[in-house]
Design a protein around this ligand. Structure first.
Ligand code: COA
Length: 424
C-alpha cells in the first residue's frame, strides 16, 4: 500500500510548476487524473522536442505515474464530465492563468457546491495584490522573489539560477499544502483552498537573504568576502558570488584540469571546527595559532586571501581527490558535478534518484525519480501517459459512464477521438 492510496487528484496542471506537484503526489500513491484539451494536451508535450512525434522530455519527466483524459471543458458535455470528476475526486490542482477556472465556470464557489470535501490547490505567479492577475514563468518568479538580485557576482548583473525554484520549488510548496489540507479534512470533513504563489515560494527559499537585509541595518555583512575587500555595502543585500554568506565561509575553488574542464572545481568550506586540519593540509600550520588567523572572527576580513591559498592546494588535485582527502578529516566540501556525471553516477541509479524509463514512442530515457524516500511507501516510476490514453477507462471505471450514456459523451466531441489519441 502507498501513503496516498485512495486519494484521487483532478490534475488540471500544465507546464512545470503544477505537474511537479501532482507527480510527487502520484509517486506517493495518489491516483492522478490529468485533464487535457483534446488534440492539444499540455503544451509541453510538443515543446523542446528531441524525438520527432514523441512527447518531449519536458513533458515526460514531469508527468510520470499519471493517467490522461482528454476533455474539452468549454463544451457542455465536457463540463458535465468535469462536474462528475469534481464530485469524484479529493483534490483539484491547477496552475492556469488567474481567472481561467472562473471563466470555465468552476470557481471556488461552484467547486464547493459540487463537492464540499474538495481541496482546490492553485499555483499562481503572485498572491493577492497589485500583480495578482499577471501570468508568470520561472525566471519572472526568480526575479520577483529575490533570487536574481542576490545571485551573481558583485558588480555583475542579476542572475537566474538553473535550479527551477520558481516552478518546481512552488510545486513542492503546493504539495505540502495539499497533504496538510488532506490531514485537516480528516478532522473537519471540509475541503479548503490552497494557494502557493511563485513569488512567495521563491522568497521563502531566499529567507536567509531577507535575514541579511535586516542585519545590514546594523553594520556590514562581515561574512561576505566583499567585507575583507573593503568594498562598501549599499542599501540592499548584494550579490555575493560563491560566498556561503553563513556562519562557515565557503567558496568555489579550481581543481586540477580547470583550464580545460569547465567543471573541475570544488566547493570548499573552512568550517571553524576543522581549521587546524585545513591549515596542515594546505601547508600553513602556522595559521593555527597566528594572531589574525587563529579564530573565526579574526579571519572574516581575510576570506578571499585564505581561499586563494586553499586554491593553490586544490589546484594540485582533481575534485574527487580533494573530496577523498578532506572527507576523512571532516572538512566539508563538494565537487562541482556536471549533468553528465550525475546521469552516469551509479549510486544515484541504485537509490532510484536517477531512473531509466521506457516509453512506447521515444524509447528509453533518464529521469529524476522521487527525491523524497518513504520507507513504507516506496515510489516506482512509471512512464507518462500518452495524450488521452486513459480517457475511456476514466469515463467508465472512475465516472461510471456505461452504455448509451458513454456513447453520448464520446460522440459529443467533448473527449476527442479516443481511438486516435490512444494510438498516437
Ligand atoms: N478544455 C478547454 N479549455 C481548456 C482546457 C480544457 N481541457 N484546459 C485549459 N483550457 C483553457 C483555459 O480555460 C484557458 O482559457 P481562457 O484563457 O479562455 O480562460 C486556457 O486554456 C489556458 O490558459 P493559460 O493558463 O492562460 O495558458 P497560457 O499558456 O496562456 O499561460 C502560464 C501559461 C503558465 C503563463 C499561465 O498558465 C500562468 O501564469 N499560470 C500560473 C503561474 C504558473 O504556474 N506559472 C508557471 C508555469 S510552469
Amino acid at each position: 500500500m502507498k501513503a496516498l492510496e485512495g486519494v484521487k487528484i483532478l490534475d488540471f496542471t500544465h507546464v512545470q510548476s503544477g505537474p511537479t506537484c501532482t507527480q510527487l503526489l502520484a509517486w506517493f500513491g495518489a491516483d492522478c487524473i490529468k485533464v487535457e484539451r483534446p488534440g492539444v494536451g499540455d503544451a509541453t508535450r510538443g515543446q523542446l522536442r528531441d524525438v520527432p512525434d514523441a512527447d518531449s522530455l519536458y513533458f515526460t519527466m514531469l508527468n510520470h505515474n499519471k493517467r490522461s483524459i482528454t476533455l474539452n471543458t468549454k463544451n457542455e458535455t465536457g463540463k458535465e464530465v468535469l462536474e462528475r470528476l469534481v464530485k469524484e475526486c479529493d483534490v483539484l490542482v491547477e496552475n492556469f492563468a488567474p481567472g481561467a477556472l472562473d471563466r470555465m465556470g468552476f470557481g471556488w464557489d461552484r467547486i464547493q457546491e459540487l463537492n464540499p470535501r474538495m481541496i482546490m490547490a492553485s499555483v499562481k505567479g503572485f498572491g493577492p495584490g497589485p500583480y495578482e492577475d499577471c501570468k508568470v514563468y520561472e525566471n519572472v518568479a526568480q526575479c520577483t522573489g529575490g533570487a536574481a538580485s542576490t545571485t551573481g557576482f558583485l558588480g555583475g548583473p542579476p542572475t537566474v539560477t538553473g535550479a527551477q525554484i520558481g516552478d518546481s520549488g512552488t510545486g513542492l510548496h503546493l504539495a505540502l499544502g495539499i497533504v496538510t489540507a488532506l490531514y485537516q479534512r480528516e478532522k473537519t470533513g471540509r475541503g479548503q483552498k490552497v494557494l502557493a504563489a511563485m513569488q512567495d515560494g521563491v522568497l521563502n527559499l531566499c529567507r536567509v537573504k531577507l535575514r541579511d537585509q535586516q542585519r545590514l541595518q546594523h553594520g556590514p555583512l562581515n561574512e561576505y568576502s566583499q567585507f575583507g575587500q573593503d568594498i562598501p555595502f549599499g542599501e540592499a543585500v548584494p550579490r555575493a558570488g560563491n560566498d556561503s554568506g553563513g556562519g562557515q565561509p565557503g567558496w568555489i575553488l579550481k581543481c586540477k584540469g580547470w583550464e580545460t574542464d569547465p567543471d573541475a572545481y570544488v566547493y570548499f568550506i573552512t568550517q571553524a571546527a576543522v581549521w587546524p586540519a585545513i591549515c596542515d593540509l594546505i601547508g600553513k600550520p602556522e595559521w593555527k595559532e597566528e594572531p589574525g588567523y587563529a579564530t573565526p572572527p579574526e579571519r572574516l576580513d581575510k576570506i578571499s586571501q585564505i581561499f586563494d591559498t586553499v586554491e593553490e592546494w586544490t589546484k594540485t588535485k582533481s575534485k574527487f581527490e580533494v573530496m577523498d582527502t578532506c572527507n576523512p578529516l571532516n572538512i566539508p566540501c563538494g565537487p562541482i558535478l556536471s549533468m553528465k556525471e550525475l546521469a552516469e553516477e551509479p549510486s544515484l541509479r541504485e537509490t532510484g534518484t536517477v531512473v531509466e524509463v521506457d516509453h512506447p514512442v521515444r524509447g528509453k530515457y533518464l529521469t529524476v525519480g522521487c527525491p523524497v524516500k518513504l520507507s513504507d511507501s516506496p515510489a516506482e516510476v512509471t512512464r507518462s501517459p500518452l495524450l488521452g490514453e486513459h480517457t475511456s477507462e476514466i469515463l467508465s471505471d472512475v465516472l461510471g459512464y456505461t452504455g448509451d450514456e458513454y456513447d453520448r459523451v464520446v460522440s459529443s466531441g467533448a473527449v476527442g477521438d479516443i481511438k486516435a489519441e490512444a494510438a498516437e
